[in-house]
Design a binder for this molecule. Structure first.
Ligand code: PLP
Length: 285
């Protein structure tokens, strides 16, 4: 069935939605994006996603195409028009189209706003149920990973390398330490039960699910340390897991073919997934 999508003020059948070949997203990946989960027709962590959208836009001096109230209304209208119960809303803001290709950012170009929905039956997701396998890959992305840009080619290249090795995803490694997953934040649980995840710098995306999960873990009196860790430390950990809006909390059961713990989703990751989902459903808008 054809989706209804949103492009610059218009709700259109997906086949009729068009963006110019001169759009700087197409020519230079000059665009930022957000992905929000829809649970029971409502948006999880919406305020966090909007806050990060503004951080990304400000970092690249792209003006916001709409207010948060307008963006929320567009999200809701797309969810309604496409009858989404569980799924995702993708939002992309590009620097727009000024006709000529130029490395200099154009002054006063109106940004473009594109949004669409994807149905996703989270409960059918195999990954969280059986746990995923990851392999380590050098982190060769640019240095401003805190800005959520659409230049995802290396991340997708790394994920293809993982698939070629029979794994589900890659953990990216720089200077001997794990930065994050290709499209998720990375964690381990040490044998004394401490949750360890890399501290927030320009080296990683500041995950919105990460922020919620760490807040909920702290409220549940779990011990958390934000610091880098190595692949060897992760392989020796009691548990490992990832977080992202598209998968919430998902256990990792093998890293570079070394089994983690007993090779099954661990209790901390399973508990965090439960409390994250409970909270996300209760606070969704
Ligand atoms: N890190 C990277 C590189 C990502 O692409 C993503 C999500 O797309 C995340 C982390 C997780 O962020 P969030 O929890 O906001 O989805």
């Amino acid at each position: 069935m054809s989706r209804t999508v949103y492009v610059n003020g218009h709700y259109l059948p997906e086949a009729d939605a068009k963006v110019s070949i001169f759009d700087r997203a197409f020519l230079m990946a000059d665009a930022v994006y957000e992905v929000s989960a829809v649970l029971g027709g409502k948006l999880a962590d919406f305020d966090g996603h909007m806050a990060r959208l503004h951080r990304s836009l400000d970092a690249l001096q792209i003006p916001s195409p709409a207010t948060d109230e307008e963006l929320l209304a567009i999200h809701h209208e797309l969810i309604r028009l496409n009858g989404i119960d569980d799924g995702l809303v993708y939002l992309q803001v590009t620097r727009g189209n000024v006709g000529d290709r130029d490395f200099i950012w154009p002054k006063d170009a109106p940004p473009s706003l594109v949004m669409f929905t994807q149905t996703k039956h989270f409960e059918d997701d195999e990954g969280p149920r059986r746990g995923i396998k990851v392999v380590s890959v050098p982190d060769l992305r640019w240095g401003r990973r805190d800005i959520k840009t659409v230049q995802l080619l290396y991340s997708s290249f790394a994920k293809m390398q993982a698939k070629a090795q029979g794994a589900d995803d890659a953990w990216l490694v720089e200077d001997g330490f794990v930065t994050e997953g290709t499209s998720n934040n990375a964690y381990i649980v040490t044998r004394d039960g401490t949750i360890v995840t890399r501290n927030l710098t320009q080296d990683i995306l500041h995950g919105i699910t990460r922020a919620s999960v760490l807040k909920l873990a702290a409220e549940a009196q779990m011990k958390i340390v934000e610091r880098p860790f190595t692949i060897a430390e992760a392989q020796d950990a009691a548990e490992a897991f990832i977080t992202a809006a598209s998968t919430f909390v998902c256990p990792v059961v093998a890293i570079d073919e070394a089994q983690i713990g007993d090779g099954k989703p661990g209790p901390v990751a399973r508990r965090l997934r439960e409390i994250y989902l409970e909270n996300a459903e209760a606070t969704a808008v």
